[in-house]
Design a protein around this ligand. Sequence first.
Ligand code: FES
Ligand code: FES
Length: 163
Amino acid sequence: MRDSSSPEIHEFTTTLEVNGQRHRLTVRHHWSLLDVLREQLDLTGAKRGCDRGECGSCTVLLAGRPVYACQVLAMQVGQRPVVTVEGVVGADAQALDPVQQAFLENDGAQCGYCTPGFVIAVRALLDDNPHPSEEEIRAALAGNLCRCNAYGRILQSVRDAAS
Ligand code: FES
Ligand code: FES
């Protein structure tokens, strides 16, 4: 008889494309994309904050759209490409992406825990809409929280990156 306190664990093999590289992985059915990024692929840029879809610190791009990696099961990703903050680079591999550069220049990170999620959310916004209004910027960042309350500098970073 199966012990109901120890649910059966299923493993499956999948291929994930992350930051342009394909990875063949064996993952458990309950692992989130965030689990796999951080613990299988050592991509620790996406942070585990709340682990329940409330803070945005785990935001990554999935097929170009920002998602909370803690709320996506690895088995749901399929062929869709994933981009983490480690994959956000400038035109020249030595340079920072303009969003990262703007955060640096505006002191947009205090402790920095939320910053990778913000950088991804801003990158997604500007890829879609290079010249967002103030209202559009605030709407795009509504799902990302900063516990250091660095919002003023974060918003200035976005305005600068957009300009
Ligand atoms: S850790 Fe994913 S939303 Fe907070
Ligand atoms: S800079 Fe610390 S949580 Fe945002």
